[in-house]
Design a binder for this molecule. Structure first.
Ligand code: 5AD
Ligand code: SF4
Length: 442
């Protein structure tokens, strides 16, 4: 029984879109060496967790998985368990003693070693491969992709900023960009494979810089949009300091680049942004938003915000609420601060906002943002939006779910449409997270 499934693998992916893309790279590297993906963990001889270390609760989730897998390994002696991505890069070999289920560890720069780690683990022992390699972009690895409609294309990896709360520089290392020609080659393949949407991704996607010719992100985005004129082009995540006027003008001038920008702000208070080492004030952030809205009037903006960072006073929190009220983001990812050992904040600042206060502030932020999103979504009722159908709706096979260019989810009557179709939908209803409607025909 074991011999039959010894070469099969299953990957659980946690965390950001970069991690989703990385799981596609790992799957590709394993398949090249003859390993076979399976649909369910129970069928797999090798179980991999591709992990996220960004917040404490992401780490807690992994713990739960590893305890369960430990029980499973007692019953199934040949099962191999590997942990990849940000947590092992961060916690390193101490993970072996914390979680006895683990056979091997691989960091974000060492996925190429995974097939050989699996081989070596078979001959006994526990192994890790956790070197940083700031030249590694996985150029030439053809990732295995989920679905045939929408594709992530990693264009840069790592992060050279040192935001005080953030673990990413310690887990993903220095910034490095995928060569321009290799991104274009990948885009050409996606066009040939009839994909409908491409999302260029990177921890700071707009810090992209091609080492050979010096192309910046605006140049890359423009070239990608021309290479794939009938596909929707998106990108994430952007850092405010690298939102240039030329990037904004490129988005406005190319019809297939979605008018949608995810621009994490983290706090509405310049004092907090200083403590967070964000490299800009809130006035500078507001100026960027003014620039973006003046050039792209129908832009959909979204953000990330943290409640209760070190030293946050009520007036700083109020400044975050004021910012949300003023900007009226379409949506936001909202978190309360959790210390990440080793980060600048953990080393130099006191985590002094009591947990109940953090949670209360976060709740106020969530309540306000949900109200704003609800209002904006309600304003869409009666309008006609262009939707890319992605999948069947979770509730009914009679309905499809798709997204507007501004990334709003729309559930609509299926009629004869299929996932992958681009169609016009008249909006008839809204919550703070979803629009509903029906197709209209030209
Ligand atoms: N605590 C809470 N939120 C965090 N983020 C990053 N690090 C932390 C932390 N230590 C949030 C930021 C970032 C998003 C990916 O996660 O808002 O933009
Ligand atoms: Fe999580 Fe950050 Fe790693 Fe993505 S890069 S998986 S968000 S820690």
């Amino acid at each position: 029984m074991r011999a039959e499934r010894g070469n099969t693998f299953f990957i659980h992916t946690f965390g950001c879109q970069m991690n989703q893309a990385d799981s596609g790279i790992i799957a590709s590297l394993l398949q090249e060496e003859g390993y076979v993906p399976v649909e369910h963990e129970a069928e797999a001889g090798i179980v991999l967790l591709n992990t996220c270390a960004v917040r404490e609760n992401a780490v807690d989730r992994i713990e739960h998985f590893l305890q369960r897998l430990h029980g499973q390994k007692k019953r199934d002696k040949g099962l191999i368990v590997g942990v990849a991505g940000c947590i092992p890069q961060y916690q390193r070999e101490k993970m072996f003693s914390l979680y006895p289920a683990i056979d091997f560890l691989a960091g974000p720069d060492t996925y190429r070693t995974i097939p050989s780690l699996v081989e070596q683990v078979r001959s006994g022992g526990k192994l890790s491969s956790l070197e940083f390699n700031s030249a590694e972009t996985y150029e030439g690895v053809e990732p295995v992709r989920q679905g045939a409609i929408s594709a992530f294309v990693p264009v840069m990896r790592g992060c050279n900023n040192m935001c005080a709360y953030c673990v990413v520089p310690f887990t993903r290392g220095r910034e490095r960009s995928q060569p321009f020609r290799s991104v274009i080659l990948e885009v050409q393949k996606l066009v040939a494979s009839a994909y409908k949407e491409i999302t260029l991704i990177g921890q700071n996607v707009n810090s992209y810089c091609d080492a050979e010719e010096g192309y910046d992100f605006a140049a890359l985005l423009e070239a990608v949009s021309r290479e794939a004129p009938s596909l929707r082009i998106r990108f994430t995540t952007s850092h405010p300091k690298d939102i240039s006027e030329s990037l904004v003008r490129t988005i406005a001038s190319r019809p297939n680049i979605c008018n949608s920008i995810h621009l994490p702000v983290q706090s509405g208070s310049s004092r907090m942004l200083g403590l967070m080492n964000r490299d800009h004030t809130i006035e500078e952030y507001r100026d960027k938003i003014t620039l973006i809205r003046s050039v792209i009037p129908d832009v959909a903006l979204s953000t990330d915000i943290i409640a209760g960072f070190c030293g946050e006073q009520e007036e700083d929190h109020q400044a975050s609420l004021d910012l949300l009220s003023d900007i009226r983001f379409d949506s936001a990812y909202m978190f309360f601060y959790s210390t990440r050992p080793g980060t600048l904040a953990a080393r130099t600042l006191e985590d002094d906002v009591p947990e109940p206060v953090k949670k209360r502030r976060l709740q106020e932020i969530i309540d306000l943002q949900n109200r704003i999103s609800g209002e904006l979504f309600h304003e869409a009722i009666g309008t006609v939006v262009e939707v890319l159908a992605e999948s069947e709706s979770r509730r009914s096979s009679e309905q499809l779910m798709g997204r507007t260019a501004g990334n709003r989810a729309v559930v609509f009557d299926r009629e004869n449409y299929q996932p992958g179709d681009l169609l016009n939908v008249i909006i008839t209803g809204a919550t703070s997270a979803t629009l509903t409607g029906r197709p209209i025909h030209p």
